[in-house]
Design a protein around this ligand. Structure first.
Ligand code: SAH
Length: 415
């Protein structure tokens, strides 16, 4: 990229610095290369022995093991706890063609899984490390693409990424969102919600399993919809259909997808709770658009559950935001999940299903099962796990990258 182009980029997007493939070489400490040979894409700061040559924040650098063996090329940022994120195991340039190739590969994987389809037009096209593009998420909502960038190195290469999105999807609109994350500040760039290219507009109509939604990339949360819960929402629809006239409660509902699935499947009443007025407005609009009855309530989920009639629901979903943002939060988060799950169990009628979720990466799958057991003890209810869920195939992960496993969904039978 020429210096002039880089300067323009900097002035239009609040990024200082330029996109360079540098000659810099990051050398790992002895014994620290192993996970990388197995496909783990991150280099933690304590694994770096030294940096040879010139490497500025946001540059592409080469990564070698202690004996100088080439591992790959990746994004460099010495300000980060993860100073190198690998983009490739080949000795290749990270240029416009690279991003096009990566996006086409990501698209081929989704096509193989049947996404998009006539029933589902909302899906994740790029899942960061899972698609060999650490720091990049691209969500597709019918003919709109929403891009979220979380590393300085990719922020410096925004235009090449937008070009690749255009070449792969030809969307009507490309949005860029900050996604409510603090990564930009940590990494040293400015992230904002904006229309990058194409038609402006706040609401983007799309389909999930035949249900109509309108994603809200600019004013909503994350990229505009929580696509990682699609499979669980569909499963809830199936389970609601298997019961007769169920009373359903969808807590932390956001767009209302769990409740809409249950309502369409014939639940006799559906209540969707969210503390965000914007989410409540969306739920009401989505219920009307699909011609199904959902009562949307603006409330704090804890307060709602505390005052709800005990044993009054046959299907309860709790899908809270991340309680543990960092390791130091684990203890408080554990208490929070335990209390929330105990409250949810209290409103479950005998024979109800509770679908309980945690998206805290710092609370592991086994920890979450222990939390459920403790909640059952607190609520004095007997529970059994009947199924487990998680993100769909449009959220792929390398097997060595366990840091990417964050979402846990337990389907629980409540006696
Ligand atoms: N279940 C949703 C995704 C949930 S995201 C879906 O399938 O799309 C978490 C949601 O919790 C957000 O909509 C947020 O507004 C809401 N939220 C955050 N704190 C809350 C609280 N204390 N009480 C109720 N809702 C809350």
């Amino acid at each position: 990229m020429s210096r002039k182009r880089a300067t323009n980029l900097a002035s239009s997007t609040g990024v200082s610095g330029q996109a360079r493939d540098s000659s810099g070489r990051v050398v790992l400490c002895r014994g620290k290369a192993r996970p990388l040979w197995f496909g783990h894409p991150w280099v933690y700061a304590n694994a770096v022995e030294r940096v040879d040559g010139e490497a500025a924040p946001g540059d592409i650098v080469s990564l070698v093991d202690h004996d100088g063996r080439f591992i790959g090329r990746g994004i460099f940022n010495p300000r980060s706890q993860i100073p190198v994120r690998l983009l490739t195991h080949k000795d290749e340039s990270i240029d416009a063609a690279f991003f096009v190739a990566r996006l086409r590969e990501a698209q081929a994987l989704r096509t193989r899984l049947g996404l998009p389809s006539s029933r589902t037009t909302a899906y994740r096209l790029v899942n960061s490390e899972g698609d060999g593009l650490p720091g990049l998420v691209v969500d597709v909502f019918a003919d709109a693409a929403v891009v979220q960038i979380t590393t300085l190195g990719l922020a410096l290469r925004r235009d090449a990424i937008f070009d690749a999105v255009e070449a792969t999807l030809s969307p009507r609109t490309i949005y860029e969102v900050a996604g409510g994350s603090s990564y930009a500040e940590l990494e040293g760039f400015v992230a904002q919600n904006r229309v990058v290219r194409g038609d402006p507009g706040n609401l983007v109509p799309c389909l999930e399993d035949g249900l109509r939604f309108e994603a809200e990339p600019l004013a909503g949360q994350k990229t505009g919809m929580f696509l990682d819960q699609r499979q669980s929402r569909i499963r809830v629809g199936q389970l609601a259909g298997a019961g007769k006239g169920l009373r359903m409660l969808d807590c932390y509902a956001y767009a209302g997808g769990f409740g809409l699935q249950a309502a369409r499947a014939g639940a006799s009443e559906v209540t969707a709770v969210d503390s965000s007025p914007r989410a409540v407005a969306r739920i009401e609009a989505h219920a009307a658009a699909n011609g199904v009855p959902v009562r949307a309530v603006e409330a704090d989920a804890f307060r709602f559950l505390e005052t709800a009639t005990p044993v009054s629901y046959d299907l309860v979903v709790i899908d809270p935001p991340k309680f543990a943002r960092a390791r130091k939060d684990i203890e408080a988060a554990t208490k929070g999940y335990e209390r929330l799950n105990a409250l949810a169990l209290t409103v479950c009628a005998p024979g109800a299903l509770l679908v309980t979720c945690s998206c805290s990466q710092n609370v592991g799958a086994q920890d979450f099962e222990r939390i459920l057991a403790a909640a059952a003890k607190q609520a004095q209810r007997e529970v059994r796990i009947v199924e487990q869920g998680g993100p769909g195939g449009d959220h792929p992960l390398p097997p060595a990258f366990t840091e990417g496993q964050y979402l846990k969904v337990l389907f629980v039978y409540v006696s």
